[in-house]
Design a binder for this molecule. Structure first.
Ligand SMILES: Nc1ncnc2c1ncn2[C@@H]1O[C@H](COP(=O)(O)OP(=O)(O)OP(=O)(O)O)[C@@H](O)[C@H]1O
Ligand SMILES: [Mg+2]
Length: 413
């Protein structure tokens, strides 16, 4: 059994999957519960967050009819950092003088690429190989047994703040579960939504949640850029609440029911009713007025996304799609808005792969991360014998969990 836990600012989503008797993977159950104790994707109240996590996992267990002991968790937000690095080694001669790249050489070149010191307060989450170069020839996916003298590797290294990871782990432990591993949420999401072609051609994953908008740029099937901005759908809701002078809950309701961020999608005479608050009579406004509040903020957020990407990557390398995930992607008109900001028609909503079970329970773009976690981690589970896993997990309780996480992540890529 593999459990994916997506701890978001507004919702916690859980997906449980396993292999059936024919070895086919499927989703057994899911749950989505209101989140507590988070701000902009970061845990700020451990007690509140762990109660919400317990509640969400309990419901997923009931939904799937199983008991679980541990889960894989997503992490995101602006404390995540991604950086590109390269390493170079001489290929060691085998036998006489023939130089053929060996497993040992590959290990050494990755070691050399990751030799950069990381700060004490940070933890390495993922090291993903982008490319191998043998004697100056690049674009080599697997250099094993290639003849050559010099082996180089380009990697993308993703790090997270140690405190963030510790907070996540203690919330899960307090809720009564173990954490098997942590994965960057956009990296998980792309597993569930991006096609092989999209990943190879160069695509951008943009996950718009309530408190953060996370970005992952993939080129030739590997991340080249990771970023996050601490704004999301909550900001849009707040704008509506402020401009109309109404409570956040009412602003959220009208946003979800009538919100649109592209004026051309709205008929000019369409209206909506804002419920009366504190003795005030209900107010009728046009949907165009609501769009006037929403559109500039959405445009601002996606312009920030674009500027970050332009600053750090070469857009001409991206001939795949811009794939939108997170519940923020449900906003009417978002495709048109992003097409306009990025100046391309290659924009789509990322819906998670259908994997059996009650598919309508996990079909929206907000399920990409939880389903992606399960997909990314399922092979890890298949190859682990449960008893061994339990032994590792008990050592995690004593605070030696770092190694399990590392081992798990190493086996992923
Ligand atoms: N139909 C909809 N139209 C527009 N916005 C929506 C819709 N449904 C949900 N949202 C917005 O999506 C946001 C929640 O997205 P999501 O559930 O992906 O966030 P989260 O994972 O809890 O947060 P984060 O990833 O930022 O930590 C909220 O701001 C909500 O208002
Ligand atoms: Mg989220």
């Amino acid at each position: 059994m593999v459990v994916g836990l997506d701890i978001g600012t507004s919702y916690i989503r859980v997906a449980i999957g396993d292999y059936d008797e024919n070895g086919k993977f499927r989703i057994l159950g899911t749950s989505c519960e209101k989140s507590m104790g988070l701000r902009n994707g970061n845990i700020v109240n451990i007690e509140a967050a762990s109660n919400a996590i317990r509640n969400a996992i309990d419901n997923a267990e009931q939904n799937a009819g199983v008991d679980i002991v541990s889960c894989y968790v997503s992490v995101g937000g602006d404390q995540i950092e991604g950086e590109n690095a390269t390493g170079k080694v001489a290929v060691s001669p085998k036998g006489k003088s023939q130089r053929e790249v060996s497993k040992d050489d590959i290990e050494r070149v990755i070691e050399s690429a990751t030799a950069v010191q990381i700060a004490m307060d940070r933890e390495r989450l993922h090291v993903i190989t982008q490319d191998y170069i043998v004697d100056g020839i690049s674009g080599i996916k697997d250099p094993m047994h290639r003849l050559g003298v010099c082996l180089e590797a380009a990697v993308h290294i993703i790090t997270a703040s140690r405190t963030t990871i510790q907070n996540i782990r203690s919330c899960i432990n307090r809720a009564g579960y173990m954490m098997n591993g942590v994965m960057l949420k956009t990296l998980a999401a792309q597993k569930a939504v991006a096609t092989e072609d999209e990943k190879e051609l160069g695509s951008i994953i943009v996950d718009m949640g309530a408190g953060t908008t996370d970005i992952l740029v993939l080129v030739h099937d590997a991340p080249v850029y990771t970023a996050s901005i601490p704004v999301g759908g909550n900001m849009v809701t707040n704008d509506i609440a402020i401009v109309k002078g109404i409570p956040v809950a009412e602003a959220e309701r009208i946003k979800i029911e009538y919100g649109c961020c592209w004026m051309e999608n709205i008929s000019p005479d369409a209206t909506l009713i804002i419920n009366g608050i504190g003795g005030r009579p209900p107010e009728e406004i046009t949907q165009a007025e609501l769009c006037d509040i929403i559109m500039p903020r959405m445009e601002e957020i996606f312009t920030m996304v674009l500027n970050k990407i332009i600053e750090k990557t070469n857009l001409t390398q991206l001939s795949g799609n811009i794939i939108l995930t997170g519940a923020g992607a449900r906003m009417d008109g978002i495709i048109e808005l992003v097409q306009n900001v990025f100046g391309t028609s290659a924009v789509r909503i990322g819906l998670p792969e259908r994997l059996g079970g009650i598919e309508e329970n996990y079909e929206g773009p907000e399920w990409a991360t939880a389903i992606g976690l399960v997909l990314a981690c399922k092979d890890d589970v298949k190859h682990h014998d449960l008893k061994k896993n339990r032994k590792h997990l008990s050592s995690e309780k004593e605070g030696k969990g770092g190694n399990i996480v590392k081992r798990f992540l190493k086996s992923l890529f």
